[in-house]
Design a binder for this molecule. Structure first.
Ligand code: PLP
Length: 389
């Protein structure tokens, strides 16, 4: 058999590889603690499950949905964007349901890029940005996110020739994996708008973590920046704020010229989102959101336990203002991979090697807060022991 040469350029998905290693260790009888994947351990809040059960029981929701999404979902998303971010969205033309934001990010590459185009990708970054760009046959220019630049990309490092070839720029704050945020008063988003207008580049703001913030920090929307809707779209995900990773629900809002080809592509690929999920998503967006607050109190406690424990064993762990991750420099003498392998082999703890998110992630590991407090403490105890023997 012969397969698409396109697949030759596609590396194995980072977490598929990590899952394989975990399964292997578990087969060997190791009690693995996984601080690897960002898949919340907490369940979807009960009031959401109950609403879904109600919607599921309604036969009107059982038929093929329209790809464009039901009116109520778009209306609720528009109300949410106005209330939460101060951004006006036309629910008929500037809203589009996504089967999780990963799906949207991947397909946006297909509706935006041609082979030979340039895709501007944060490094380190969520692996789908580069993976899907490469799958289309586009070239990827990595924009390093470094601590000295507060993990913001240096847009001026893009040469005019590269700028003219570029069609897509990915940004995402609060950021996975670095946990960096865009502070109030920072002109970063304004600079992104200027850059996109200068080179006629479409911007995708991946807003998967806007609701997962700590210590009173409130994350803004890229679309709240003057001119942002002229150049960009933003993808919101229900996965992390509501522990709904398995539900596959998100949406895109913003520039209609960018969203329309994505919609046209998806009408040829999938048959829309289960209406029971869309109606539940609309119900969630209208609030109340006490459950998110309660959950952030749990993540805050875990973050504090972990940061303190890691510091006590000599790791320089910064305390993040957003996401559910810590981005931690590895101890001297280790690389990202050798440290991740060390803690898996000697401590049975999974952390994600930073270089899995791009070359500039070398020297870091990502630790996820998605396990209960007692397991977090046990993981740190085991890592400490593994470093002392
Ligand atoms: C930055 C970022 N974007 C998108 C996603 C995908 O989210 P979804 O479950 O909505 O596909 C993730 C998941 O980890 C993520 O970290």
């Amino acid at each position: 058999m012969r397969f698409s040469s396109r697949m030759d350029h596609l590396p194995p998905y980072l977490f598929a590889e990590i899952e394989r290693k975990i399964a292997e260790k578990r087969r060997q009888g190791v009690d693995v603690i996984s601080l690897g994947m960002g898949d919340p351990d907490l369940p979807t809040p009960g009031y959401i499950v109950e609403e879904m059960q109600r919607q599921l029981a309604n036969p009107a929701n059982h038929r093929y949905p329209s790809n464009a999404g039901i009116h109520e979902f778009g209306q609720a998303a528009a109300r949410f964007y106005r209330r939460r971010f101060g951004v006006d969205i036309d629910p008929e033309a500037e809203f589009f349901p996504l089967l999780g934001s990963k799906e949207g990010l991947a397909h946006l590459c297909w509706s935006t890029l041609d082979a030979g185009d340039l895709s501007l990708v944060p490094d380190p970054g969520y692996p789908v940005y580069a993976g899907s760009s490469l799958l289309v046959g586009a070239d990827v220019k990595y924009l390093p996110l470094r601590p000295e630049n507060r993990f913001l990309p240096d847009l001026e490092s893009v040469t005019p020739e590269e700028g003219r070839r570029a069609k897509l720029l990915f940004i995402s704050y609060p950021n996975n994996p670095t946990a960096a945020v865009v502070e109030e008063g920072d002109d970063f988003y304004a600079r992104v708008v200027d850059f996109a207008k200068r080179y006629d580049v479409a911007v995708v703001s991946d807003n998967a973590y806007s609701e997962l913030t700590f210590d009173g920090y409130v994350a803004p929307s890229f679309l709240a920046t003057p001119g942002a809707k002229d150049v960009g779209v933003e993808f919101f995900s229900f996965s992390k704020p509501f522990n709904m990773t398995g539900w596959r629900v998100g949406f895109g809002v913003g520039n209609r010229q960018i969203l329309e080809p994505l919609w046209r592509l998806k009408t040829n690929l999938d048959s829309g989102m289960f209406e029971a999920i869309q109606r539940t998503a609309a119900f969630i967006l209208d609030g109340p959101w006490d459950a998110v607050q309660e959950q952030m109190a749990i993540y805050t406690r875990r973050r504090d336990v972990l940061v303190e424990a890691l510091r006590s064993i000599g790791l320089d762990a910064p305390s993040p203002k957003g996401t559910i991750y810590l981005w931690v420099p590895v101890p001297q003498g280790y690389t990202s991979t050798s440290f991740a392998e060390h803690v898996l082999d000697r401590a049975g703890v999974v952390v994600t090697p930073g270089n899995g998110y791009g070359p500039a992630g070398e020297g870091f590991i990502r630790i996820s807060l998605t396990v209960p407090d007692d397991r977090i403490q046990e993981a740190v105890d085991r890592i400490e022991h593994s470093l002392s023997v």
